[in-house]
Design a protein around this ligand. Structure first.
Ligand code: NAD
Ligand code: AHE
Ligand code: ZN
Length: 369
């Protein structure tokens, strides 16, 4: 079938809206009509050319929501009409990673996903007779996409697509990092570096977890007011701090934070986030994604003296199990998504969404089809 998609033809170039040919679902696959998709910083990161796994031409997008149109042979858990959120971290429930119960990083299809193809090694997308690659196993910047059954969370039908699509990445990543990965406890002090689409969800998660001080660090002063609405208690504009930022934050939290989170993707800030965690027990969780060739560094003494450095992917969430619950939280008013979706636009305007993110004007833009 012909579909309308925003195609990333090469690194650094704007996306172009194209008519692309999409083959139907093969065994174990599902055809989904995408109704809405958020634009995450990771899409911008891959488009920039900094992603070691970035391949072109490809259809980006990994924060979508839509409706099942057709299922391939052997698909048993979904049927046409079901509402779904595609998962860039699938949950097969049978691989050794899933069965370990120690991680959410299902590996059933990770290798082919990283090569931009479906589990059988081929792409379902073609343009002008040539293959166009999938992205993160989801490719939600297309009005139709094909996704493996194990990478779809079935959600309730009364949830608005243009809001809950954000649960496909940003909401789950931020809140999940606090609850599943860091396991923030009531009364903990928390520092969040970067108050964008992910960091504000970390703030929201910290408030839900009952954190005491919730400190946000950003260079964009416009982030303070919204962050306060989500639970921020102290805003630090790092551009305005005289002297060493780490010492300032250690002083502010009277010895360092119980938990810190890096939500930017800057390796220098990852180091600062570690070093302002409390001596003896502070944990620092890296969420931000850094470009090819970048490495983190610190004095090993920082770890010897009890700080813990860890990372979190998709908030440690097991998507088919956890995403429907997070949709329920939203529908029950337990979490706020509406105030974070600052812009909604048709897919034709998707390059504006990337520009708004670069300018620091948007928190989340959602494109609709
Ligand atoms: P965003 O652009 O919405 O937010 C980034 C924020 O960082 C902005 O508020 C910006 O002002 C701030 N910032 C930039 N430079 C700064 C600096 N030097 N000091 C302080 N603040 C600074 O991006 P996002 O969508 O929130 O994504 C954040 C990061 O998380 C990206 O690296 C993204 O790729 C990554 N990410 C990771 C996962 C995961 O599963 N680990 C999931 C989603 C996104
Ligand atoms: N491809 C990059 C890494 C990108 C990355 O870290 N992705 C995160 C999700 S970001 C969503 O916005 C992730 O979950 N990674 C786990 C995984 O298995 O990809 C690189 O550096 O190669
Ligand atoms: Zn994302």
């Amino acid at each position: 079938m012909d579909v309308r998609a925003a195609v990333a033809t090469k690194a650094g170039a704007p996306l172009t809206i194209e008519t692309v040919q999409l083959e139907g679902p093969r065994a174990g696959e599902v055809l989904v009509e995408i109704k809405a998709s958020g634009v995450c910083h990771t899409d911008l990161f891959t488009l920039s050319g900094d992603d070691p796994e970035g391949l072109f031409p490809a259809i980006l997008g990994h924060e979508g929501a839509g409706v099942v149109v057709e299922v391939g042979a052997g698909v048993t858990t979904l049927k046409p009409g079901d509402h779904v959120i595609p998962l860039y971290t699938p949950e097969c429930r049978t691989c050794s990673y899933c069965l370990s119960r120690k991680t959410n990083l299902c590996q059933a299809i990770r290798e082919t996903q990283g090569r931009g193809v479906m589990p059988d090694g081929t792409s379902r997308f073609k343009m002008g007779g040539k293959e166009v690659l999938h992205y993160m196993g989801t490719s939600t910047f297309s009005n139709y996409t094909v996704v493996p059954e194990i990478a779809l969370a079935k959600i309730r039908e009364d949830a608005p697509f243009e809001k809950v699509c954000y649960i496909g990445c940003g909401v789950t990543t931020g809140i999940g990092a606090v609850i599943n990965t860091a396991k923030v406890q009531p009364g903990d002090n928390v520092i969040v570096f970067g108050l964008g689409g992910i960091g504000l969800n970390v703030i929201q998660g910290a408030r839900i977890a009952g954190a005491d001080m919730i400190v946000g660090v950003d260079i964009n002063p416009a982030r303070e007011a919204l962050a306060r609405k989500f639970g921020l208690t102290h805003f630090v504009n790092s551009k305005e701090v005289e002297g060493d930022l780490v010492q300032y934050l250690v002083g502010l939290t009277k010895g360092g934070a119980d938990h810190t989170f890096e939500c930017i993707g800057n390796v220098k800030l990852m180091r600062q986030a570690l070093e302002c965690a409390h001596k003896g027990w502070g944990k620092s969780t890296i969420i931000g994604v850094a470009g090819a060739g970048q490495e983190i560094a610190t004095r090993p003494f920082q770890l010897v003296t009890g700080r813990v450095w860890q990372g979190s992917a998709f908030g440690g969430a097991r998507g088919r199990t956890d995403v429907p619950k997070i949709v329920d939280w939203y529908m029950e008013g337990k979490i706020n998504i509406d105030d974070l979706i600052t812009h909604v636009m048709p897919i034709d305007k998707i390059n504006d969404a990337f520009q708004l993110m670069k300018d620091g004007t948007s928190i989340r833009s959602v494109v609709t089809f």
